[in-house]
Design a protein around this ligand. Sequence first.
Ligand code: SF4
Length: 432
Amino acid sequence: MNEYDSNRIYDLASIIGFNKTDIKKEADCFVLNTCHIREKATEKVYHEIGRLKKFFRYLKKPLVVVTGCVAQAESEEMIKREPYIDMVVGPQSYHKIVDMILSYQRKKVKINETDFDVINKFDKLESISNSQNKISSYLTIQEGCDKFCNFCVVPYTRGPEYSRPYRQIINEAKQLVHNGVREIILLGQNVNAYNFVENKKRFTLSSLIRELNNIENLKRIRYMTSHPNDMSNDLINCYKDCKKLMPFLHLPIQSGSDRILKLMNRKHDKKYYLSVIEKLKSINKDIKFSSDFIIGYPEETEKDFQETIKLIEKVGFFNSYSFIFSSRPGTPAAKKQLNNLEESKKRLKEVQDIIANFQMKNNKKHFQQYCEVLIENKIEGPDQYFGRTQFMTPVKFQSNNCKPGELVNVKITSFNQGGLFGVHHSNKVRAA
Ligand code: SF4
């Protein structure tokens, strides 16, 4: 979501003449768009500002703006602690950035803007066209979360659930496709909770997918991140009816132990999660899954951990993200005693080895087979390209007749755990 936000911040700032630059010393404004999900996020921001300060010691000081969830969580405190920062802007207030920059340039008064002003944000963004033109692009449809998992900071930094107006999203999707985008990844902290009502008509994530499926020249649709409780039947049915919806779903469960799921306040158990997986498989036998796992959650025992291992093996996740629990200030889990770190590290390694093994096995299945790839860009080396399979697996391949944005069938000639390598013969090009 920060990638989407960063692009939109750029679209806004370009109205008053700012351009992107790779030449650091020429920059007269730095925007640090921060994420609070990763460990020690706040300290990382201060370190980054420290590096900036050092770099500009003998140069003209740039305008320094901190945006994103760290800005929201730390707010005024950031300006007090680090005077090099000029503006602190929360993720639901960045649509005001133009006025803030102009005001700062005039008055030189530091600004802290961390209101939850999400409705006005998207109304403002609607009036400014989205300049994103990458082959695969994000599109935010929903923000915030009402679920309050005990470990998660999102409900506090992004605020309550908000769904953007349906037409606003469809228009932005068409704009992206017009720019050259061929894959849209619909985004939300709780993307499948998308729910917009207009004139007594209810629009859900499945309504969006079905309409996007009809947009000419759009080739692939994905969405993330989903909560198992919001996998409705109409959404599941999209995997049967919508050819452009990729058969790959990131569906976090976090733990395979019902006891830990309860302590996390996930509001679902393992049985329910597995029933959703089964429903999806019965609708589309090719569908693959990935998940998130928090290892060493407070009070996790060896028995709980073994439940997680069993679940991973049962589902056979295509790939997954796994981290050792680390507390986020202000969340209920932050008050809990941490597990033994060495034990958690051992468990994490065990989980990651199993997941890596699955990745290797899955990639091996493609060996000497043809694989449909959406070409994202040309890479270094003669006739070398980069793209992704339906399951998001990266593919590097050689071709003397293709271009970014095309769907091609690539013959896989080698693989490793991280990806696939192959060759594309032009007679295998699918109709664009
Ligand atoms: S559902 Fe996701 S975003 Fe919401 S609180 Fe839980 S982990 Fe955080």
